[in-house]
Ligand binder design. Structure first.
Ligand SMILES: C[S@@+](CC[C@H](N)C(=O)[O-])C[C@H]1O[C@@H](n2cnc3c(N)ncnc32)[C@H](O)[C@@H]1O
Length: 232
């Protein structure tokens, strides 16, 4: 069993200035540690207030390297996991991006900042309570053009396919076949594959052609299980 120590819930005490300071420090740290190299993603991480995507009782811990509980059966992933996924994915301006597992909406907000007006961000969440949380957060913070879908993201989201970049943010037994089918030729996909409640391989797939997929393992990670048809 692989787990994280979740800090104790407590009312928030930090000011917006303190959060901003912590955010800029975190970005600098992620650069030094080699997780963050893309200028677009760096600007996104400096801009998006991660603390506003976290329930009040955990807000003060926003920039700690721990996943934090969300409404429903969900967590917001730790800060370094976003550049870990998005840099490997090669997320860039104008991309059509699908995220499976909206959680707090933070990952979708970062992606929106990177892909920009010419791109598309669709995020699918299976848990109704978590979906409502992501929806509210994204709208409250001005990301109303992110499409927040309630449903089983292991089936992808065919109405907006194909996608240039896809990520799933919960651990799957194998890469869900519908996600491969909805990946554009030349597209990239990333997500944790392996045992639930343990560690998994962070798998990167590049669709080289219609039926040719190149697969590499980027890192070892620990994610909550994917639910749904192609989940656990
Ligand atoms: C680690 S959290 C995602 C964190 C999120 N990216 C964020 O920025 O807060 C994984 C999420 O995947 C969701 N999930 C699990 N199985 C799913 C499925 N089949 N379809 C859509 N969402 C799913 C969980 O409910 C949870 O919200």
């Amino acid at each position: 069993m692989y787990g994280w120590a979740i800090p104790p819930p407590k009312p928030p005490t930090k000011t917006p200035e303190e959060f901003l300071q912590e955010r800029l420090q975190k970005v600098a740290e992620l650069e030094v540690r080699g997780f963050l190299t893309s200028p677009l993603l760096k600007a996104a991480m400096e801009k998006v207030p991660r603390e506003d995507f976290i329930p009040p009782l955990y807000r003060d811990y926003a920039y700690l390297e721990v996943p934090l509980p969300l409404p429903g059966e969900a967590t917001i992933s730790c800060p370094h996991s976003y550049p870990l996924f998005y840099e490997a994915l090669g997320l860039g301006a104008g991309d059509r991006f699908l995220e499976v597992g909206a959680g707090s909406g933070y990952g979708a907000a970062l992606a929106w900042e990177v892909v920009g007006e010419a791109g598309l961000v669709v995020t699918v969440e299976i848990d109704p309570e978590t979906h409502a949380f992501a929806w509210d957060n994204l709208r409250a913070l001005g990301y109303g053009r992110v499409e927040v879908v309630l449903g089983d993201g292991s089936l992808g989201y065919p109405p907006r396919a194909p996608y240039d970049r896809i990520c799933f943010t919960a651990a799957a037994p194998e890469v869900p076949p519908p996600l491969l089918a909805q990946l554009a030729p030349g597209g990239h996909l990333i997500g944790p594959v392996g045992r639930p409640h343990y560690v998994q391989d962070l798998v990167l797939i590049i669709r080289q052609d219609t039926d040719k997929f190149q697969r590499t393992v980027v890192e070892t990670v620990a994610y909550i299980p994917l639910r749904g048809i192609y989940g656990f």
